[in-house]
Write a protein of this length. Sequence first.
Lengths: 966, 185
Amino acid sequence: MTQPNRLSGGLIDRTRLLVFRFNGQVMQGYQGDTLASALLANGRRLVGRSFKYHRPRGIFSAGPEEPNALIQLRKGPETEPNTRDTVTELFDGLEAASQNHRGPLDWDLLAVNDWLAPFLSAGFYYKTFMWPRAFWERLYEPVIRASAGLGRLSGEPDPDIYDHGFLHCDILVIGAGPAGLSAALAAGRTGARVILADEDFRLGGRLNSETYEVGGLPGPDWAQAAEAELATLENVRLLPRTTVYGVFDHGTYGALERKTDHLARADGKPRQILWRIHAKRAILCAGATERSIAFADNDRPGVMLAGAVRAYANRFGVAPGRRVAIFTNNADGLRTADDLKAQGVEIAGVFDTRDDAIVTGTQGRKGLKSITLKSGRRVRADCLAVSGGWSPNLHLTCHLRGRPVWRDDIAAFVPGPDLPGGMTVAGAANGALALHAALTQGRTAANAAAKDLGFTPSRKQAPKASDEPIEIKPFWHVKGTRRAWVDLQNDVTTKDVHQSHQEGFRSVEHLKRYTTLGMATDQGKTANVLGLAILAEASGKTIAETGTTIFRPPYTPAPIGAFAGRARGKDFRPTRLTPSHKWAAENGASFAETGAWLRAEWYTRGGEKGWRDSVDREALAVRGAVGICDVSTLGKIDIQGRDAADFLDRVYANPFLKLPVGRVRYGLMLREDGFVYDDGTTARLSPTHYVMTTTTANAVLVFRELEFARQCLWPDLDVHLISVTDAWAQYAVAGPKSRDLLSGAVDDLDLSNDAFPFMACASCTVFGGTPARLFRISFSGELAYEIAVPSRYGDAMIRALMQAGAKFGATPYGVEALSVLRIEKGHAAGGELTGQTTARQLGLGGMVSGKKDAIGTVLSRRPEMTQDGDLRLMGFRPVDRAATLNAGAHFLTPGDPADLNHDQGWMTSVAWSPTFGHSIGLGILKNGAARIGETVRAYDPIRGKDTPVEVVSPHFHDPEGAIQRG
Amino acid sequence: MADLTPTSPLGGYDQPTGGLRVGELTGLALVSLAIPLDGEAKAAKAVKSAFRLDLPAPGMSTASNTYRLIRTAPDQLLLAFDDDSPDPAPQIAKALKTTAYTTDQTGAWVTLELSGASVRPALERLCPLDLHPAAFRVDAAHRTVMEHLGVLIVRTGDNSFWLMSASSSAMSFLHAMECTIRYFS
């Protein structure tokens, strides 16, 4: 329970002791620790196994670039695989487990892979798992899947809550290190709206890990003072624990804020918030990432980045080793020795490649024990701090295809000239690797951005700080025969890079795909530059000529759940309820999703054994007495204007100019290409006022098309559209008793056939004064009406209608019965209006007026539209009346082979007809009108059915239409 | 006298939560006004005479103690006023003397009024628009999308907004709002 490697000092709260478990072992840390710092404090060096060779691995870095120390965080359904220890904020009760090993971490059975390394070089699986073909899915895939992927998902739904949000600012500062804090202070002082986001839970960036002074204060103190000042500015918003993971078009930035990840329990609050930040300007101050040097066995636990070693010593008060050696190619490495010495850590030696002091190998199976120098001398050390230079974190500058450029003086890529619009880069991310330069660049960038937006820059200068020059002499790898790791996360060695080049993968993008260098959770943050430097050397090119791979969002891993946000399960999309929904739910309705709508599909009554019983009863009630169906989901569009009639005449294929007031007309809409896309009715309520109905499915499409026509095609017409779909509750009242029922509902309106004939309409009132609209239209083929009331009266209306209709046997019916009735009547609906059928094929060719032009009219006359083998909508009934039919079956002439050359058409809609006592179907059949009485095969290879059907009129019920007119 | 009793989409929902109150406006009549082609001047005059209001600029509304007039399209406005009569449109048409086409929209919308000191932090989780007073001042009115639902948002005061959305999806809209209230703090 002790922390043997805990030093003094650090930015941790020693009064707040935290207890956590790693692989079941109880350990302690402090508030302000990361899991990585706490593990190191407890002397834990081996924390995981490598991806391919299952090599023992330890903590390598102190930040988001961590390639090794990936753990399975938390337990049960909340578990999260591949979590980086180095950015996991320690909390009381944290439970973590190492991953990617069979058996205990210390005795991983799959460590045998390390012995098989000669057979597992780059691309081995492309070459190995080719034969026999039968093994691909049965053996190779299961085995590879079982051994790949590092951590494990719980297999259960993620119980955490994720939220989305939207933020807006003048200036977004990405990163709160010295450059970022300096930028935010300068920008904030101008009065501009500023957002400062940093992925760490403590602002300050490298200031917290180094022993720099800023403005006469220790770095962390200056950072804290800067944060305190920013917190007093109302125009500045601080977002700690927030990673800006991506840059998108038009100044949009994606950011992931970790709200409760650092707490033991979220208590019903979102775990993370995915912010969409709209920023007029952005200043990228994302700092830089240190990289390693490749040398033999440079992957042992205890081999770490030098900057990370300083971070553990300075920020967390932890010694990563008791005797530390340093291997560097730049001046920054020496700083490590100074900082460690100041903390009382023994230094085994500083080996600088510029002095030809080169580490050629390491020893220690589960943790570093010693290193070997070029001279052959062995040096005892349990930690080796390596610094191969720093790579600016320019990833976000590339998300809109910007390309970095190489700078020899710092041996690093820096942001290129083609930055995302509105973005500037400051500090280490821009290659300004010295502290004062970073502070100054931050201030300058902020003032420039603020001035650009019309704010007055503050004259306050950046604070004083050291400005040591960068001294680096590139040194990428130590030549040798043993494996030297380039990418620790993917087990890519210098040998793999060379082999890839030898096998012809010369482009850096090919190198990445072939070797997997730079893939997975760390995206090669410590490995990319090293890898391409080695590739450049192998190919005899410069690093600048070799270039980098493309950086894409996200900068660091973001959970899929965060992108989904609240859109899960039933909340995936909104639900629309009809005005009678509550009543329907009270009355046994089962609901079907129709787009976003929930519609009653049928109403179950006592004794009914299945849905068919309900639907048959409802359909027969309509044919025999009266049924009521909520049809409010039909699109309803209020059309007003002096030119409304002319407008309708141009958008419907059939004539509308002469529709009288008080009448409804069925209308057919064609697309520009001449195919049918919607149908419905339009009622004329006054000379300048119409109400159109559309199908439920196409309500939005039709409205949009009409708006396009109004605004863009004919802006000179006085026409105005407004959707009233939600404004009116509309009920179909259908059946021989419908007139009787409505006579008791409608006030003062003569409903006799003479006064209110088929296709009449009127504004009226119902039940003693509620405004209503009555339309005599029929989808079922019965004497039928549709009655509409303002939707706030919809609930009361269905209850009143049912009460008034009780004496007539009024029966509510759902969309299934509605469908049965319309198929019996032969009305086209969704199955027929597919966007691939013409008016002629639907038997509605006569409706396309030859006397006027309307949208789609001309192209509907194309030869291809008329020479189609006379495909016609027909009715079908099984020769064996007991047989059932299926939509989607294809028609074949008996005796013909079942192939496309002999295809005669297809079944579009089917139903069991309780009226006729057998199945019926609608379908499109070649030369259909001339084939009434003929028997064809309804061939359905999907369901294995081949049913002889008789071709009949599509109008099974009342083909002359006498009933609906009666 | 009508025998049918109207219901509101959310049954008069009213939820005071800390610094945020969310309540459904149930007695709000909504009438859409469409301005005839080339008829803006006449309509403006009639609106001024009838309601003592100027026509709002795009993205804005104008308001008196009785009426709020929201610009919803170049030739379209939405008039909101307290009225629970079954058919509020004819009286508006009459008052405007046929200078605008009117359509009753009362039942088409559900209107939530959000007010309180926390209203902006809450709406950050829901509203893609910038609601900073410098960007969205009092009386501003914009159409936007919240949790996949079309919403007309109107700033009625420093810390108060109307959020209007389709009545058929009112329950989903309320769910989005309740999640916001639970999650934002």
